[in-house]
Write a protein that binds this ligand. Structure first.
Ligand SMILES: NC(=O)c1ccc[n+]([C@@H]2O[C@H](COP(=O)([O-])OP(=O)(O)OC[C@H]3O[C@@H](n4cnc5c(N)ncnc54)[C@H](OP(=O)(O)O)[C@@H]3O)[C@@H](O)[C@H]2O)c1
Length: 259
């Protein structure tokens, strides 16, 4: 499908690996010039090298949870026009409510809420210069269906939904659409690391952990990052030009709610 975005620009925050990397690849394949960002130069440069076969890619090292991120983004983008902003950072902590302290809450808030907010606030002037600006956030199945022992990200990913709805209203007059894609369990570092830790605790293999968690998914398996990215690329593109304020589940059917 022609996404109608060839020749445009995108910034994908959190794209050295995982879902953000897969989104960057799909945007490059659609003819977009993409800047990818993450915290670590080596993995980011490696990612850019792999992505360069698909199109025009630049890199930016930034920690979105640090308040210096705004200056870093401003210095990089200056007065440039930006057509698409994708924020693919985020994560969760598997813990009971009792085990979590203020530091856990603040760190997860910085990653899931304040970091994305900071990036949007800094780059919205660049998006306003676009004829059709578009912002995409990464929610989670948990934003609609809270999981036991994941209260921190349940709360913060629900915040992503509220952020998307509010910004869709506030930025509509600027011609900027704001949406989210909400992945279910996806085979990225986030889950592979978690499976390795749980396997070590239980004395089994990471594959057995993934198989156990797959059994709760109607489709019967984890998503590949590309399966989330193809929906994300559509939502952020011109093909979804009448869609704003939405949170699109791509979760293999694990979400049980009607809405
Ligand atoms: N995977 C899943 O099953 C799943 C399920 C539901 C929702 N999601 C959501 O989907 C999004 C992407 O998840 P993922 O699984 O692709 O994650 P991932 O594999 O852990 O990748 C995260 C990316 O963001 C970068 N990053 C992390 N912290 C950053 C920071 N403070 N500043 C800048 N870059 C940062 C990472 O690189 P560095 O570490 O080098 O910075 C990496 O490139 C997240 O919002 C996540 O909550 C994922």
């Amino acid at each position: 499908m022609d996404l109608g975005i060839s020749g445009r620009t995108a910034f994908v925050l959190g794209a050295s690996t995982g879902i953000g990397y897969a989104i960057a690849r799909q945007l490059l394949e659609a003819g977009v010039s993409v800047t990818i960002a993450s915290r670590h130069n080596v993995s980011l440069t490696t990612a850019a090298h792999r992505l360069s076969e698909f199109g025009d890619v630049a890199t930016l090292v930034v920690d979105a949870t640090d308040e210096s991120a705004s200056a870093t983004l401003n210095n990089h983008f200056k007065d440039d026009t930006l057509d698409m902003l994708v924020v693919a950072i985020g994560g969760s902590i598997r813990s009971t409510f009792d085990e979590l302290n203020d530091t856990d809450w603040e760190a997860n808030y910085a990653l899931n809420v304040l970091g994305p907010v900071r990036a949007i606030r800094t780059l919205v002037p660049n998006l306003r210069r676009s004829a059709s600006g578009s912002i995409l956030l990464l929610g989670a199945a948990a934003s609609k269906m809270p999981y036991k022992n994941q209260v921190v990200s349940n709360v913060h990913k629900a915040g992503t939904l509220a952020l998307v709805k509010t910004l869709a209203l506030e930025f509509a007059d600027d011609g900027i659409r704001v949406n989210a894609v909400a992945p279910g369990r996806t085979k990225t570092r986030l889950w592979l690391d978690r499976a390795a830790t749980m396997a070590a605790d239980r004395g089994c293999t990471p594959e057995q952990i993934l198989e156990e968690f797959s059994q709760e998914i109607p489709i019967g398996r984890f998503a590949e990052p590309e399966e989330i990215a193809s929906v994300a690329a559509f939502v952020v593109s011109e093909r979804a030009s009448y869609m704003t304020g939405q949170n699109i589940s791509v979760d293999g059917g694990i979400g049980r709610g009607l809405l």
